[in-house]
Write a protein that binds this ligand. Structure first.
Ligand SMILES: Cc1cc2nc3c(=O)[nH]c(=O)nc-3n(C[C@H](O)[C@H](O)[C@H](O)COP(=O)(O)OP(=O)(O)OC[C@H]3O[C@@H](n4cnc5c(N)ncnc54)[C@H](O)[C@@H]3O)c2cc1C
Ligand SMILES: *[C@@H]1O[C@H](CO)[C@@H](O)[C@H](O)[C@H]1NC(C)=O
Ligand SMILES: *[C@@H]1O[C@H](CO)[C@@H](O)[C@H](O)[C@H]1NC(C)=O
Ligand SMILES: *[C@@H]1O[C@H](CO)[C@@H](O)[C@H](O)[C@H]1NC(C)=O
Ligand SMILES: *[C@@H]1O[C@H](CO)[C@@H](O)[C@H](O)[C@H]1NC(C)=O
Ligand SMILES: *[C@@H]1O[C@H](CO)[C@@H](O)[C@H](O)[C@H]1NC(C)=O
Length: 447
């Protein structure tokens, strides 16, 4: 009840009389969210002759891209999004923006890798199997479902295998088991991996990823935030940073009429079409006045938690790398919530620590857990004691989600959708999905 009242007050406070809006921004397409998919869509729609406005709540574009610039060493450390696929669409996008890139291998394995318990930080007696034959068998399974690489284009009926919890899938197909750890660690963020639906695992660790683990991935030479700096420059006044939609006056064939709170006050935006690329969770979509049909679909998304951090003053040795394994679980897949991995970065003394959870946890809770883990590493002698306390640079979390009905929403009420919930947590595949499956629908619809 109290929550309801507060929400009602919030809405009341947020609605501003039309007279206070300075001016009206008129565009073909209003895009909500300037992460991987929203930024890509804005650039591509402009290239296709559409006028756009991109609305991003943070003061920079890029979503889960986190690039740390170290003044002392002039190094950049990407500790959010790190790698992009070696696909033509990725190279075209980088080149369009004038971002220099290279092909780079992404191999974090090392003979020095420590295998530690995700809770106690104690060593686990584990030897990683050679995953080559497991990966080969897995790739053969993937090749049965080529359409899911492009989106949630599922065979009908949906094959039962795709709906099995991945632990059961592994049990059913033992030839894949030797690859379980590799898939788990590559597809970090899937939450309770052994209970996660196989479909999501396949979408996260797909055919193209396997190809790139051999041939190399694309990375931006000057840090991945360079992509979004160039995009911000290119888009100019078509980007509203630090901005959020507070209410919607209409969203139908007549057009889109939004009120946006910006750093300079409220603006009215009138657009022909709306493209929503923020995580499509009910709480995020509240200002868009969802109807019953939309709420029923978006209410089904559940998210897992994936957190990244850069920490210093840990006392860990230079070059330290650890991955979590549990002593007593199938394939030694670690129990979450807990630490996924610790990896030394290019900056001496700075470590990239990843944390995963089956559901959302608060940032404060995760930070406390990471600090407690470092304390255990110092207590069991893996790390030295430090006189300065470990310190974090800012960190992030991601959401994952659930398709025919969902995809059928494209264009409903003159609103289109893209973003991870509509495909997978992978920037390159999201650019592909947006280009091939969203923009053509949006451009071809009449309004
Ligand atoms: C630690 C980490 C590492 C990752 N590594 C990789 C990797 O190496 N390669 C890879 O391809 N993918 C990686 N991912 C996945 C990556 O996050 C996705 O590829 C991509 O970010 C998803 O794009 P998106 O457009 O759906 O969402 P996002 O990129 O999250 O963008 C959503 C944007 O919307 C904004 N927003 C949210 N709510 C609102 C609102 N109400 N109004 C306005 N704006 C709003 C957000 O601030 C954000 O900028 C990683 C993710 C994490 C967390
Ligand atoms: C820091 O690195 C950037 C590119 O990564 C380079 O352009 C610049 O000159 C470097 N600065 C110094 C002081 O070395
Ligand atoms: C680790 O496990 C192997 C076989 O699983 C065993 O031979 C070895 O003794 C174990 N080592 C320790 C230190 O427990
Ligand atoms: C669109 O929404 C506006 C505002 O709610 C309303 O006045 C108009 O009648 C609607 N048009 C259609 C075609 O539904
Ligand atoms: C840890 O302590 C040992 C012994 O004092 C020292 O030789 C080593 O350099 C220290 N390592 C780090 C990373 O501080
Ligand atoms: C590392 O620690 C020092 C203090 O010991 C602090 O001043 C600095 O900002 C920290 N750097 C990062 C990246 O956390």
């Amino acid at each position: 009840m109290l929550r309801k009242i507060i929400r009602a007050l919030f809405f009341f406070g947020a609605v501003v009389p039309l007279g206070e809006c300075k001016d009206t921004i008129v565009r073909d397409v209003a895009i909500i969210g300037g992460g991987a998919s929203g930024t890509f869509a804005a650039v591509r729609l402009r290239d296709k002759g559409q006028s756009v406005i991109l609305i991003e709540k943070e003061d920079i574009l890029g979503g889960h891209v986190n690039t740390y610039h170290d003044a002392a060493t002039n190094q950049t450390v990407d500790y959010g999004v790190v790698i992009y696929h070696n696909l033509q669409i990725v190279k075209d996008f980088f080149n369009r923006l004038g971002v220099s890139w290279t092909l780079s291998s992404f191999d974090s394995s090392s003979p020095e890798t420590r295998w530690l318990d995700p809770k106690t930080a104690d060593p686990v007696n584990y030897t990683s199997p050679n995953p080559a034959s497991g990966i080969q068998a897995y790739a053969a399974h993937l090749s049965q479902y080529p359409s899911i690489e492009q989106g949630f284009f599922l065979p009908e009926p949906v094959p039962e295998d795709l709906l099995l919890p991945f632990g059961q899938y592994l049990a059913k197909y033992p030839e894949i088991q030797s690859a379980a750890q590799v898939i788990f660690n590559f597809a970090q963020g899937l939450g309770d991996f052994l209970h996660q639906t196989t479909l999501y695992v396949f979408k996260n660790f797909g055919t193209d990823i396997i190809k790139d683990t051999e041939g190399g991935f694309i990375v931006a030479d000057n840090g991945n935030d360079d992509i979004y700096k160039h995009a911000t420059e290119l888009l100019g006044s078509d980007v509203l940073l630090g901005s959020k939609v507070v209410s919607i006056k209409s969203r139908n064939k007549t057009g889109i009429d939004l009120i946006v709170q910006t750093t300079k006050g409220y603006e009215t935006i009138k657009a022909k079409k709306l493209l929503i690329s923020i995580p499509q969770k009910l709480e995020n979509l509240r200002p868009f006045a969802l109807d019953q049909k939309e709420s029923a679909l978006f209410g089904q998304f559940k998210n897992t938690g994936y957190y990244t951090s850069l920490v210093n003053n840990t006392g860990l040795p230079a070059g330290f790398v650890s991955f979590s394994v549990s002593a007593d679980t199938p394939y030694h897949i670690p129990k979450l919530p807990g630490i996924y991995s610790i990896q030394a970065t290019a900056v001496p003394g700075l470590f990239d620590i990843k944390y995963g959870s089956p559901g959302t946890l608060s940032d404060q809770y995760v930070q406390k857990e990471i600090l407690a883990y470092i304390a255990k590493l110092q207590a069991n002698g893996i790390a030295n004691k430090t006189s300065n306390k470990p310190q974090f640079s800012p960190k992030d979390s991601i959401a994952k989600g659930f398709y025919k009905d969902l995809y059928a929403l494209q264009g409903y009420r003159n609103t289109w959708y893209t973003g991870a919930a509509f495909d997978t947590q992978d920037s390159s595949l999201l650019w592909s999905y947006t280009e091939t499956s969203v923009l053509p629908l949006l451009l071809n619809s009449s309004s």
